[in-house]
Design a protein around this ligand. Structure first.
Ligand SMILES: [Zn+2]
Length: 297
């Protein structure tokens, strides 16, 4: 993904393992915050106030009982006060986020683009779990994602001359050869947004006309506008392909396990779009190169 890799070891003089431990702890702490986002944003509650409390007895959770991963294990998955069970989803989100942060650090390295990778996967984790729980992809997350992606696309080529994503600079815009890099980068973002949001919208519209059912929510379209602007058209189409592939496997399993075979299975597609987008960010270039070398004569 990245052409030039600074290493943490070179910059700080500390062993590379220290970086991985730090990234894991940082990821679990971000995961802890994402739990709050996942829990409160669908209910339109503030993510800042009040402090977390036990949903059963309402007793505020003490800081020492709010340590990512550890507290849940120490308390045996129960509230210290009323012993009500605490969902395994909480440490689950913390662990998933921590592992994704490790993968992002492994893929991007000690680079200026690293925080962008962290933010991108964090947003995907929040969207995946909110869609799984509520079948919605909130605008308060998808709109800022799009704005963030556009800002990154303009700012990175201006501040740091470097090719961070495969079509960050060179997009398929040979006619833009004389334009400044930020403009080409922005054009790549807009084309990515169009590829992501536009293709999903078109599929949804076609499905609606053919079958008369709403197949694609606008939330999915808005989510992929942001993903598209961030990743560019190639990786975005790959994200959608991976999502459709994983989603159809899941759909077949769900329908096969249903008692009534005629039911339309309702699957929150945002889950698969989120997973596909993370996979495309981390492994997209390798996947595309592998496909071209094996299947394109
Ligand atoms: Zn309690």
């Amino acid at each position: 993904m990245i052409i030039l890799q600074n290493s943490f070891e070179n910059v700080t003089g500390l062993h590379e393992a220290v970086a991985y431990i730090f990234v894991f702890l940082f990821g679990s702490a971000v995961g802890s915050f994402l739990n709050v986002v996942i829990h409160r944003v669908p209910n339109e509650q503030s993510i800042v106030f009040p402090n977390s409390a036990c949903p059963k007895c309402g007793i505020p959770i003490k800081p020492y009982d709010n340590i990512p991963l550890l507290s849940w294990l120490v308390l045996g998955g129960k509230c210290r006060n009323c012993r009500a069970p605490i969902s395994a989803r909480y440490p689950g989100v913390e662990l998933i986020t921590a592992l994704l942060f490790l993968a992002v650090y492994y893929g991007i390295g000690f680079e200026p683009f690293l925080p962008v990778g962290f933010i991108f996967v964090s947003v995907m984790v929040a969207l995946v779990f909110i869609d799984a729980g509520h079948m919605i992809l909130p605008n308060v997350i998808t709109y800022p994602l799009l704005i963030f992606a556009l800002v990154v696309r303009i700012a990175f080529p201006l501040l740091l001359w470097s090719e961070y994503l495969p079509d960050f600079v060179n997009a398929p815009f040979t006619f833009m050869a004389g334009y400044p890099v930020w403009a080409t980068s922005l054009a790549g973002a807009l084309m990515g947004a169009l590829a992501g949001g536009g293709s999903l919208w078109a599929v949804g519209e076609a499905w609606k006309r053919l079958r008369g059912v709403e197949a694609m929510g606008l939330g999915d379209v808005k989510m992929m506008l942001g993903v598209g602007a961030m990743l560019g058209w190639k990786l975005t189409l790959l994200s959608i392909f991976l999502a459709a592939f994983a989603g159809s496997i899941a759909g077949v399993i769900i329908i096969a396990r249903q008692k009534r075979k005629d039911m339309q299975a309702q699957i929150p597609f945002g889950i698969f779009l989120g997973i596909g987008s993370i996979a495309a960010l981390l492994y997209g270039d390798k996947l595309i190169a592998w496909y071209i070398s094996n299947f394109i004569p």
